[in-house]
Design a protein around this ligand. Structure first.
Ligand code: NAP
Length: 524
C-alpha cells in the first residue's frame, strides 16, 4: 500500500506510521495511506521563514510573476496526468477541468496581474498603495501606505472538493507577495494534491523553501505559528471555528482567513415565467449547480427562491432536466455526474437530507437509490441528484443545513423584501444570484442581499452567453463571504496579494518616501 509522502525542507519525507486510508471514490478501493507522522512541523515553518521567504524576497514582483507564468505552462502541459487522478476522486472530465484548468487559470491571472499592477525593475519589492497625501501646507511632509511581505509562512489548509484549484488559488497570491507556502490538503482527496505537488517539485521552478506540503493530519502545526505567519483555511464552519480560536492563533494575532460553508441562494424574478428566457436560464443554472462536482461546491445553490405562483412550474422543469442526468463512472464520456468524494461524505449528505426532509418534501431523486452507469452504486460514493421543496419559507432547516452534495431546496417567496429576508436567514453566504430581466427588481433584491454575500451574479439574457455562472469564483473578484461563510476574502485581484503583506503607514519628506516606495528599499 502506497504511503503518500510530505514535502518538507525541500525533500520528500515518507510517513513514520500508517495513517488514514484514501479511497477511490468510484470503486471504493483503498488507493493509499496518508500520514504526516514524523514530520517536524516547527522545522517546516522555520524552513519557510528562513529559506523560502528570503529566496522569494530576493526576486522582484515581476520575477515572481514570471515564475507563476512558467508554472502555469508546466502544469498545463501535464494536466492529462492530473485529469486521470482526478477521475478517481469521482470527478467527470468537466469537473476535473473546473478544478485543474481553473487552478492553472488563477496562476496565469496572477502572473499577468503582477506585471500589470505591481512595480517592476530590479529593486522594486515594495508595493506603495495609492498616492501619498500631503500632511503639511508646504508639501514638505507626506503620508502614504506601503506594503511589504510578511516574514513568515502562509499556512494553507484546504477542503476536499477542489484538490487542485484550492492550493493553486492560495499559492499564487502568496508567491507573488513573496511569502512561502505550506500546503495542507484535505485527506479524502489528497492523492490528487500529492500528484500536483510532485509536478510542481519536478518542474524545478520554485525557489527552495517556497513551497512545502504536509500530507495527512496537521498535527501540532498551529502550535508553532508566529505573528508573521498567516493561515488561509477552507473547510467547514465547525473546523474554522476551532482553528481561529486556537490559542496560538489568538495569542500571536495570527492573520486568519476562513472560507467556510455556505447555504447559497438563487432568486428567480417574478418576470421569469414559463416560456421566458429567464425561466430557462434559472432552471439550467440550478441543474448545473446541483450536478457539477456532484454538488460539492462551496458556492453551489442550496436554496432556490421562487415566486410562490411559479413553484410548481419550476419544480417540474428542474425535475425533468434532472431526469436526463446520467450518473456513473466519470471515465465514461456519457456520464454527466460522477461520485461524491467518498462514502463517508455520502453518509453525511444523506444525514443532512434526512434533516431537510423534516420540513421539505422530495420532488426528485431517492437518497438511498440511484441508477449508475459503469460502476457499482454502493461501492462507489454515488448519489442521485435530490430536489426538495419546502412550502414553509420560515422553516429553519433549509436555511441552516448545508447538504454538501447534489441537493437543492425550492422555497417560495412573495416580495423583494421577503426574499431578501429569507436570504439573510443563511447568516452569510459566499455566492448568490438573481435571474431577472427587470432592473428594478434586481436593484431591490440586490441591495437587500449584498450585506449577506461575498459575490452576487445578476443573470439576464444580455449576460447569459458570456456569464461564468453562479458557482465559479474568479481570481479578479473576491471569494469569501460574511458570517457563516467564514468572514474571509481570497483572491480579488491585488487584494489577495496585499493580504500576505503588512500595510504600514509611512510619513516623511517627499524624498524619503520616494526612496522607500520608489525603488531603493533594501532587503535585510
Ligand atoms: P473540514 O473537515 O472542515 O476540513 C477542512 C480542512 O481542515 C482539511 O484539510 C482538514 O484536514 C483540516 N483540518 C481538520 N481539523 C484540523 C485541525 N485541527 N488542524 C488543522 N487542520 C485541520 O472540511 P472538508 O470536509 O474537507 O470540506 C467540506 C466543507 O468545506 C464543506 O462544508 C464546504 O462548504 C466547505 N468548503 C468551503 C469552501 C469555501 O471556499 N468557502 C470551499 C470548499 C469547501 P483533514 O482532511 O486531514 O482532516
Amino acid at each position: 500500500m502506497k504511503s503518500l509522502p510530505s514535502y518538507v525542507q525541500d525533500r520528500w519525507q515518507s510517513p513514520a506510521g500508517d495513517g488514514a486510508q484514501v479511497y477511490d471514490a468510484v470503486t471504493g478501493e483503498v488507493l493509499a495511506r496518508a500520514s504526516s507522522s514524523g514530520v517536524d512541523m516547527a522545522a517546516a515553518l522555520l524552513h519557510a521563514r528562513t529559506v523560502g521567504g528570503p529566496a522569494l524576497r530576493s526576486l522582484t514582483f515581476h520575477q515572481r510573476a514570471a515564475l507563476l507564468a512558467d508554472l502555469a505552462a508546466y502544469l498545463r502541459a501535464h494536466r492529462e496526468e492530473l485529469y486521470a487522478v482526478s477521475a478517481r476522486t469521482g470527478a467527470t472530465l468537466y469537473d476535473s477541468k473546473f478544478d485543474i484548468d481553473g487552478g492553472i487559470r488563477v496562476l496565469r491571472y496572477y502572473a499577468e496581474l503582477g506585471v500589470r499592477e505591481l512595480p517592476g525593475g530590479d529593486e522594486r519589492t515594495v508595493y506603495a498603495e495609492g498616492p501619498a497625501a500631503s500632511l503639511s501646507r508646504d508639501g514638505s511632509f507626506l503620508g502614504g501606505h506601503v506594503c511589504t511581505p510578511l516574514r513568515g509562512a502562509a499556512v494553507q489548509i484546504n477542503a476536499y472538493n477542489f484538490p487542485v484549484w484550492a492550493p493553486l488559488e492560495k499559492l499564487a497570491p502568496a508567491l507573488l507577495a513573496g511569502v512561502p507556502s505550506l500546503i495542507k490538503p484535505a485527506t479524502p482527496t489528497c492523492h490528487l494534491t500529492s500528484r500536483l505537488i510532485e509536478l510542481i517539485v519536478e518542474s524545478g521552478l520554485l525557489p527552495p523553501g517556497s513551497l512545502q506540503y504536509i500530507c495527512g493530519s496537521a498535527g501540532d502545526l498551529l502550535d508553532h505559528l508566529t505573528e508573521q505567519d498567516l493561515v488561509s483555511f477552507t473547510g467547514s464552519a465547525a473546523t474554522a471555528g476551532r482553528l481561529r480560536t486556537h490559542p496560538q492563533v489568538v495569542r500571536q494575532a495570527v492573520r486568519f482567513n476562513a472560507e467556510a460553508d455556505s447555504v447559497n441562494c438563487s432568486v428567480l424574478g417574478p418576470d421569469g415565467t414559463p416560456g421566458t428566457a429567464e425561466f430557462d436560464l434559472y432552471v439550467e443554472q440550478l441543474v448545473t449547480e446541483m450536478t457539477v462536482k456532484a454538488g460539492q461546491k462551496c458556492t453551489a445553490i442550496r436554496r432556490a427562491f421562487v415566486p410562490v405562483g411559479l413553484m410548481d412550474a419550476v419544480g417540474e422543469a428542474v425535475a425533468a432536466r434532472l431526469a436526463q442526468v446520467v450518473v456513473g463512472n466519470p471515465a465514461d464520456p456519457a456520464v454527466h455526474m460522477g461520485a461524491l468524494a467518498g462514502r463517508v461524505q455520502r453518509e453525511e449528505v444523506r444525514r443532512c437530507v434526512k434533516t431537510l426532509r423534516d420540513s421539505a418534501r422530495l420532488l426528485y431523486g431517492d437518497p438511498d437509490r440511484v441508477d449508475v452507469r459503469g460502476a457499482d452504486a454502493e461501492q462507489g460514493a454515488f448519489l442521485s441528484p435530490l430536489l426538495l421543496c419546502c412550502d414553509d419559507p420560515g422553516a429553519s432547516a433549509p436555511h441552516e443545513v448545508e447538504a454538501f452534495g447534489p441537493v437543492s431546496t425550492l422555497i417560495p417567496y412573495t416580495t423583494p423584501e421577503h426574499v431578501a429576508f429569507l436570504a439573510s436567514l443563511g447568516r452569510g453566504s459566499l455566492a448568490g444570484s438573481v435571474v431577472t430581466g427587470d432592473p428594478g427588481f434586481a436593484r431591490e433584491v440586490l441591495l437587500g442581499l449584498a450585506p449577506w454575500h461575498g459575490r452576487l451574479l445578476v443573470l439576464d439574457t444580455t449576460a447569459a452567453s458570456a456569464s461564468t455562472g453562479h458557482g465559479s469564483p474568479l481570481p479578479a473578484l473576491i471569494h469569501g463571504g460574511p458570517g457563516r461563510a467564514g468572514g474571509g476574502e481570497e483572491m480579488g485581484g491585488i487584494r489577495g496579494v496585499v493580504h500576505h503583506m503588512q500595510r504600514t503607514a509611512l510619513q516623511g519628506s517627499p524624498r524619503m518616501l520616494a526612496a522607500l516606495s520608489g525603488g531603493t528599499a533594501t532587503e535585510d
